[in-house]
Design a protein around this ligand. Structure first.
Ligand code: G3P
Length: 215
């Protein structure tokens, strides 16, 4: 399963890369804002750091604008994937951009119907949001299972399901169990995935016993 780091912080992306956990990077306007740096600067820098896709989201609403911005963003680096919200104009834009060979990521997906339309438009990746569905008392993971099952009925679909709005290790493991192609993970979740209280306790005990061994 692919791990896309959900961050625009260079240090976090480098740390994930050293662990072999940066198959790609996803950003959105909120993540770029948090970085305190400019959109183009950040995307160019991240794209040079990793080999995999870097999802970059222009903020515009008409299909024509999305297409224009998408072409521009895609020209910044070969591994940029233009991230576009699932709207009617977004679908039109993805159809054009993917027809030109530009990688696209459809985001803010909350239903199997939206996932199917994104695949039909030729999106390279889709990002269904599990955490935000859980927040409103719907099961985010049920959505992932439905999309994976739906796509598996049509071997011609090569759109990858990259689970987004991941809030903790359970979302990662359940995405893997459901057969998702990947997850977008905040760096804090990567750290949580590595840790287990019994591992910490075991290390502490070994260390204390080691110090008691006679030289
Ligand atoms: O990849 C999308 C993600 O950044 C959204 O996460 O926690 O704001 O729902 P969240």
């Amino acid at each position: 399963m692919k791990f896309f780091v959900d961050s625009a912080e260079t240090e976090e992306i480098q740390a994930a890369k050293r662990l072999g956990l940066a198959d790609g990077v996803t950003t959105n306007p909120t993540i770029i804002l948090k970085s305190g740096r400019g959109f183009e600067t950040v995307i160019r820098e991240i794209a040079a750091l990793i080999d995999g896709p870097v999802a970059a989201e222009p903020v515009c609403s008409s299909a024509d604008e999305i297409i224009r911005e998408g072409r521009l963003i895609a020209s910044w680096a070969e591994n940029v994937s233009v991230k576009i919200p699932l709207t009617r104009d977004g679908l039109e834009a993805v159809r054009v951009l993917s027809g030109e060979g530009i990688s696209t990521t459809m985001t803010l997906i909350f239903s199997p119907a939206q996932a199917l339309l994104a695949a039909k438009a030729g999106a390279s990746f889709i990002c269904p949001f599990v955490g935000r569905l859980d927040d409103v008392s719907h099961s985010g993971m049920d959505l992932i299972a439905e999309i994976v099952a739906l796509f598996s009925n049509y071997p011609g679909i090569d759109t990858e399901v990259i689970v987004a709005s991941v809030r903790g290790p359970a979302h990662v493991i359940e995405s893997a169990m459901a057969g998702a192609d990947g997850v977008t993970v905040p760096y804090t979740v990567l750290e949580q995935l590595m840790r287990h209280p019994l591992t910490d306790a075991g290390i502490e005990k070994f260390l204390s016993d080691w110090n008691k061994i006679a030289p």
